[in-house]
Design a protein around this ligand. Sequence first.
Ligand code: GAR
Length: 196
Amino acid sequence: MKNIVILISGGGSNMAAIVKTAQRDDWAGRLGAKVAAVISNKADAKGLVFAREHGIVTEVLDHKAFASREAFDAALAAVIDRFDQPGAPALVVLAGFMRILTPGFVNRYAGRLVNIHPSLLPAFAGLHTHQRAIDAGCKFAGVTVHQVTPELDHGPILAQAVVPVLPSDTADTLAARLLTQEHLIYPRAIADLLRK
Ligand code: GAR
């Protein structure tokens, strides 16, 4: 069975949605993969608690302990690669992992590195996506699951979901509405990718 390695920096609700899906009887077979590890660049990431409670190996790699982005990414890759299986390299899933990754790291995992971003890419790459969508007067906002390429928040789109932007929305209410959609489309997009 293929391994999935999930990278987080915070709450980890997308990671939790993927773990719950992978552990559901009716999905485990379809996914053909298990979440082998959750790695965080922050020791206090809340998602680590959920992962541990669900029997998943967790690792913390504090980026502040490394002299350069390249050094951190090399150490991160060494941890991830421990979860490769013979003939079946792990799928690497970014789930609220708030680090810009070096081209060397991204290219190493080409085709098996995915991300979820809270906007309808290619619109609103980068940070503060919800407020930017509101400020732009968007009537709809969305989330995107995509393959990761060296250019930030680009790469082939695997799945998207759309929600209305309400006149009363703040960045927080829009983010909450979108997060619900993220939890639905990310596990499905991963299942689709693993089936290919
Ligand atoms: C999610 O909304 C995800 O789309 C976003 O961070 C949040 C993480 O929530 N990711 C990015 O902004 C990446 N650029 P979670 O930790 O509860 O899954």
